[in-house]
Design a protein around this ligand. Structure first.
Ligand SMILES: Cc1cc2nc3c(=O)[nH]c(=O)nc-3n(C[C@H](O)[C@H](O)[C@H](O)COP(=O)(O)O)c2cc1C
Length: 172
């Protein structure tokens, strides 16, 4: 598919079919994240694949935003590994940005494979840390719910509500 068509085809899926994701497709999605660019190529992303009944129950207990996705990716970064902008005089940690790029790549690969997704930040970070006993240096950034869309899955009304380009882009 032409990339812009793929971008248009993606929407937030909140209803999933009772159908597992094939292992080879999940591997392709994770591969897209592995190949993503990261600051100074530090590759600080740490991805937890939640798919066992126990892990899925834990994430559903921590947030309602896992919906009924058969697989949820918990995307984190290792703050002892991520690149910091300190050489430029500020303490910005690009780990958050790296994890977001990784998530975007995986979301688009899922779309290409016909698998629906939902980017999630609707939770309290401490609940996620506690649920999975994340060590102190592992920073959770977001979840990516994954699964085949249910037959009655439709884009929400927000999906088509996009600002005109001149409100978000300024050519200087
Ligand atoms: C950073 C980020 C966090 C989000 N968190 C949530 C969330 O916690 N729950 C949810 O239902 N949707 C969440 N979304 C989905 C957005 O609401 C959705 O992308 C937006 O409304 C546009 O709709 P569309 O994805 O169908 O185009 C999130 C999206 C992003 C990019």
């Amino acid at each position: 598919m032409e990339f812009l068509d793929l971008v248009k085809a993606r929407y937030s899926v909140r209803r999933y079919a009772d159908r597992p994701i094939e292992e080879e497709k999940l591997t392709k999605i994770l591969e897209a994240g592995r190949l993503a660019p990261t600051g100074k190529n530090a590759q600080p992303q740490r991805i937890y694949v939640l798919k066992s009944p126990e892990a899925i129950q834990k994430i559903r207990n921590a947030t309602g935003m896992a919906f009924d996705a058969p697989v949820v990716l918990l995307i984190c970064y290792d703050k002892t590994v991520s690149w910091k902008a300190a050489p430029y005089g500020d303490d910005y940690d690009v780990g958050d940005m790296d994890a977001s790029i990784v998530t975007s790549m995986m979301m688009m690969e899922a779309t290409e494979l016909g698998i629906g997704s939902l980017w999630v930040r609707g939770y309290h970070a401490q609940d996620i840390i506690d649920a999975f006993a994340l060590p102190e240096h592992i920073v959770p950034v977001c979840l990516l719910d994954l699964g085949y869309p249910a037959e009655n899955s439709r884009p929400s009304r927000l999906h088509d509500s996009k600002l005109p380009m001149d409100e978000t882009v300024k050519v200087l």
